[in-house]
Design a protein around this ligand. Structure first.
Ligand code: SAM
Length: 332
């Protein structure tokens, strides 16, 4: 089978698969506090429908799958789905991004089902600030989830920190210090103009370069490590057990030039670029009985629509809001 290659010669090797738009947190930059119009259940893809798509993509060179959402741990039947994905040949990496709230009760079952590792989103190490940014007082639950995931062997465990000036910039050194104490990767993500960001007035993005500078001010020059298939540049504080990832989604042109990712939304659309509203419906044709060969062609067509870049690193205005730009529907 021909590999999935876009019109800009990028091989697609990494798929992010959103299995729900539901979430048990309401992070200020991601979701409104109320009045959310959830996707009706009948428009959310069934696990068997995801598996049809994944089998084709893995045959065509995808090696890495990340389950996301919404909050993926709120969807029923997840361990069995993980087990089914794990049995598809060609898969090298199967991970999940979670807010960690339900992780302590599910980590060991997920590991047994074949999940290899998790990324846990945690933007602050302070309980009160956690309750503010997520609108739920559940900091301890997330910490417990991280510790149990580590004990369950879901590793390397990564902590995702969205860096927001005026909110957690003062915590960058403390997050970096965690990598000297635990075998984890702390990944700092630049705040992106998606979802609720235009309705979150206190936000301000911190660039990956500034984050690196803030860490180096305290720890000295970071060692640059070989990266994996993901979007982060990886560093280490000399002598540290863990590592630091920097995701320059807004400030670095290599974020797009090396992008090897596509997304499948919870409503069964192939989304070639997180920032582009362009997406191709796969679910409608599947429910109308599309053949495997035609579905494969449709996926190839979706990949061809991948734009060369989202443009923000060239200074283009890409502020997005409203349906179609919500991370919890597209899959973060
Ligand atoms: N519920 C899961 C979680 O919390 O990780 C998965 C979905 S969540 C949408 C995935 C990631 O997207 C989280 O790390 C979240 O912080 C990040 N995210 C959401 N909106 C963002 C934005 N505007 N800029 C940067 N990251 C964002």
């Amino acid at each position: 089978m021909n590999p999935l290659v876009d019109l800009h010669h990028r091989h697609i090797r990494y798929m992010r698969v959103s299995i729900t738009d539901r979430c048990n947190l309401r992070c200020r930059y991601c979701m409104p506090s109320s009045g959310i119009e959830w996707v009706p259940h009948e428009r959310i893809m069934h696990y068997e429908e995801y598996l049809r798509i994944l089998k084709i993509c893995l045959k065509k060179g995808v090696e890495k799958i990340r389950i996301t959402g919404g909050e993926p741990l709120v969807r029923k039947g997840l361990p069995a789905f993980i087990e089914q994905i794990g049995s598809i040949s060609g898969l090298k990496d199967l991970s999940l991004t979670t807010n960690g709230i339900l992780l302590s009760s599910m980590a060991s079952e997920l590991k047994k089902a074949g999940l290899m590792r998790v990324n846990v989103s945690l933007d602050t190490l302070d309980r009160g600030k956690f309750a503010y940014i997520t609108r739920v007082d559940a900091f301890e639950k997330v910490v417990e989830g991280i510790l149990i995931a580590l004990q369950s062997g879901l590793s390397p465990l990564k902590i995702n920190v969205v860096a927001i000036r005026g909110f957690n910039d003062d915590e960058i050194p403390a997050f970096a210090r965690l990598t000297t104490e635990m075998p984890i990767e702390v990944r700092f993500i630049e705040l992106m103009p998606l979802g609720c960001i235009s309705r979150y007035p206190d936000h301000e993005r911190i660039s990956a370069a500034d984050i690196k500078g803030a860490i180096e001010e305290i720890y000295g020059p970071l060692e640059h490590l070989e990266g994996g298939l993901g979007p982060a540049r990886i560093y280490r504080i000399p002598g540290a057990e863990g590592s630091i990832g920097l995701i320059g989604s807004m400030s670095e042109s290599s974020f797009c030039s090396t992008c090897n990712r596509i997304r499948i939304t919870a409503t069964g659309a192939l989304r070639p670029c997180l920032f582009s509203q362009e997406q191709l419906d796969l679910l409608g044709p599947m429910r109308k009985g599309i053949t495997e060969a035609a579905l494969e062609e449709l996926i190839e067509e979706g990949v061809k629509r991948k734009p060369p870049s989202h443009g923000a690193c060239r200074g283009d205005q890409i502020i997005q809001d409203g349906p179609g730009s919500q991370m919890f529907t597209i899959g973060g």
